[in-house]
Unconditional design. Structure first.
Length: 90
């Protein structure tokens, strides 16, 4: 029987290391929250004009990945929208 040749796979890099999707992104940038900056309006259930900016046409609350709102402000925003709906302001 003829001997098989040994492949040098163990010494080379794996395919996962070569792919760019598994490498860290060098160009990440932080998105600033529009409700956390200086001079931003206060999130309140009575501020209907502000709440409508963060709702879709169907009346659903827009996610924070679209509106760039921080997690803390997103919780306040959703609570205020729900209160305004309950009081029939929206």
């Amino acid at each position: 029987m003829p001997k098989r040749k040994n492949n040098k796979r163990s010494s080379t890099q794996s395919n996962f290391a070569k792919l760019s999707i598994f490498q860290p992104n060098k160009y990440k940038f932080k998105k600033s929250c529009p409700l956390s900056i200086k001079g931003a309006p206060v999130v309140d259930y009575k501020n209907i004009r502000l709440l409508k900016k963060y709702m879709s046409e169907n009346g659903k609350i827009l996610p924070s990945r679209i509106t760039n709102v921080s997690q803390k402000k997103q919780r306040e925003l959703s609570l205020s929208i729900k209160r305004a709906r309950n009081l029939a302001l929206l």
